[in-house]
Design a protein around this ligand. Structure first.
Ligand SMILES: NCc1[nH]cc(CCC(=O)O)c1CC(=O)O
Length: 310
């Protein structure tokens, strides 16, 4: 019997996502045996420094990839927004599951939306992208760092450390915290992280059997949308060091992409958007690169250059 071992981080959200993938694999391939391999990553352990300072998002993947290299796991499940634009050599994305709500959510015990937060209110987020968009919309707010898993962040809000915090709606919904969402921060004023809300399965590119089994779970529309968003981010050399946001939407064969690059200090945001018809000659990646160029021409090069010197 085929056994698929799935490496996962141990946070409640990571475990939820991996159990969800395991259930979908089991449903698609009833004969396949599935085992979870829970691991701790440096990104989970070091909570007193920003992700950018300790090496960026790849930290959430490293230990899972090492487990695959040691033969202890065939697959790894990730939030696609935490997956670097370039994977380590030999690895590939086998599938992307149907996207959950991609928006950011405002969670607060004092205000129903961003507009009604009192002047100077304290908002918790460590994401440069969220900080830059907050600066642009509400320069008066005081932004304070907030790390830890979703449950920890909600506990810190409830302890009164912040007036509001911003979290991905997808994570809140998966963990059953829908009721904590006061409002969803929406396009065009507010854009999510590239690929937010999408769960991805990673495996060895040479592992044909795992690839075949996972591909049954791939959602073509989600794959198209996140391909455009990630290509835009890649063309901007995006990482968690730079506040890049993107949202692609698909209407039939028309793919629309909005992107923004911000500056945490000044609150300046450069925006661009474009739409194209998906054809054999035009891929989602083409649209991503096009919008990235628009952003660079619109002044994003300057903002990205400044971020890289930090
Ligand atoms: N940065 C951590 C992270 N990675 C993915 C999600 C949410 C789930 C998703 O985007 O699929 C979160 C939590 C958050 O940003 O609130």
């Amino acid at each position: 019997m085929t056994v698929l071992k799935i490496a996962t981080r141990k946070s409640p959200l990571a475990l939820w996502q991996t159990e969800y993938v395991a259930a979908q694999l089991k449903a698609a391939h009833p004969g396949v045996e599935i085992e979870l391999v829970p691991l701790s990553t440096r990104g989970d352990e070091v909570l007193d420094r920003s992700l950018a300072a300790i090496g960026g998002k790849g930290l959430f993947l490293k230990e899972l990839e090492l487990a695959m290299e040691r033969g202890e796991a065939n697959l790894a499940v990730h939030s696609l927004k935490d997956v670097p634009m370039e994977l380590e050599p030999g690895f590939t994305l086998a599938a992307v599951l149907p996207r959950e709500d991609e928006s950011d959510a405002l969670v607060s015990n004092v205000a129903a939306d961003l507009e009604s937060l009192p002047t100077g209110a304290i908002v918790g987020t460590s994401s440069l992208r969220r900080q830059a968009q907050l600066r642009a919309l509400r320069p008066d707010l005081e932004i304070r760092d907030l790390r830890g898993n979703v449950n920890t962040r909600l506990a810190k809000l409830d302890a009164g450390e912040y007036d509001a915090i911003i979290l991905a709606a997808a994570g809140l919904k998966r963990l059953g915290f829908d009721a904590r969402i006061r409002t969803r921060l929406q396009a065009p004023h507010w854009l999510p992280a590239p690929a937010q809300g999408a769960i991805a399965i990673e495996c060895f590119a040479a592992d044909a059997e795992s690839l075949r089994l996972c591909r049954a779970l791939n959602d073509a529309a989600t794959w198209t949308r996140v391909s455009a968003e990630r290509a835009m981010n890649r063309a901007l050399h995006g990482s968690c060091h730079v506040p890049v946001s993107a949202l692609a939407t698909l209407h039939g064969d028309r793919l629309h992409l909005q992107g923004a690059v911000g500056d945490v200090v000044t609150g300046r945001l450069v925006r661009a958007e474009a739409e194209m018809l998906l054809t054999d000659d035009h891929s989602p990646e083409d649209l991503g690169r096009f919008v990235a160029n628009q952003l660079l021409e619109g002044g994003a090069a300057e903002l990205l250059g400044a971020a890289l010197l930090d």
